[in-house]
Ligand binder design. Structure first.
Ligand SMILES: [Zn+2]
Length: 258
């Protein structure tokens, strides 16, 4: 019987008629998590208490990176993976030599808006993780992930997302991953610099390397994790930082110009 990975309700209580894309369809995502009910699925695509929809924020931000990769391979245009780049929130210049990114003026006046975008990016990253781990490993209902439900689905509390800054502008990524982005979880690592740790999960998404805790009491394990992950990353990454703002992620891939 289907059981929602977010609200924990079953087929006898709620509907499961709609297909829940783990990664937004508008970003080329193809994977479906069957254990997401229609109400929770809708939640991620709608405004909640004047917060921009999580799915829209994820699409808006990572579409910039995706476009940058597709551009290099001339994959934008009629009958191509992306017809035309457009953005609701961002003013984007993807000039190969000097890409730049800022928030559109009508949103720029709202000081709180950038903070909201930052929070929704983090919630969206946890959302993609939980649905993907459920899809790939059938472990999304584990109670250790309850804090992810509280944060991503119910907007409670705050949890970190870490970002690894690259040292060099060389990103090994296949065009298939760009056309339909996936999350590769531990055990399925394509990259040697990603490590497996019992209280953190590392994954690469559209060339960006992220890490999130998989335990509510993550600070207890932080020192141990930091030593291990820093060692594995030292040849390819220069730092690890906490995401608060969309600019904390190199969305326009300016590293490729260095
Ligand atoms: Zn649900």
């Amino acid at each position: 019987m289907k059981k929602c990975v977010w609200c924990k309700q079953t087929e006898s209580e709620v509907k499961f008629d709609k297909q829940a894309h783990t990664i937004p369809k508008s970003l080329g995502g193809k994977n479906i998590c069957i254990n997401v009910c229609d109400l929770c699925n809708e939640y991620f695509g709608n405004h909640d208490n004047r917060l921009p929809p999580i799915e829209t924020v994820i699409k808006e931000t990572f579409n910039i990176t995706r476009t940058r990769f597709l551009m290099n391979e001339q994959n934008i245009g009629k009958n191509k993976p992306l017809t035309k780049f457009s953005s609701i929130y961002f003013k984007v210049n993807l000039n190969q030599n000097k890409p730049s990114l800022s928030i559109k003026q009508q949103y720029g006046y709202d000081r709180e808006f950038q903070k909201k975008i930052g929070r929704q990016i983090k919630r969206g990253i946890y959302k993609m993780f939980l649905e993907e781990t459920e899809r790939q490993k059938k472990n999304g209902h584990d109670i250790k992930f309850d804090f992810i439900r509280d944060f991503a689905r119910y907007n409670e509390s705050d949890y970190p997302v870490f970002y690894f800054e690259r040292k060099y502008g060389i990103i090994a990524i296949s065009m298939d991953w760009v056309k339909s982005p996936s999350l590769f979880l531990s055990g399925d690592y394509k990259m040697k610099y990603l490590i497996k740790h019992s209280n953190f999960e590392e994954f690469e998404f559209l060339g960006h390397v992220f890490s999130i805790p998989t335990s509510k009491d993550w600070n207890l394990y932080w020192d141990d994790y930091l030593i291990q992950t820093s060692l594995a990353k030292k040849n390819h990454f220069k730092s690890i930082k906490l995401i608060n703002h969309f600019n904390d992620i190199d969305l326009a891939l300016s590293i490729l110009n260095d």
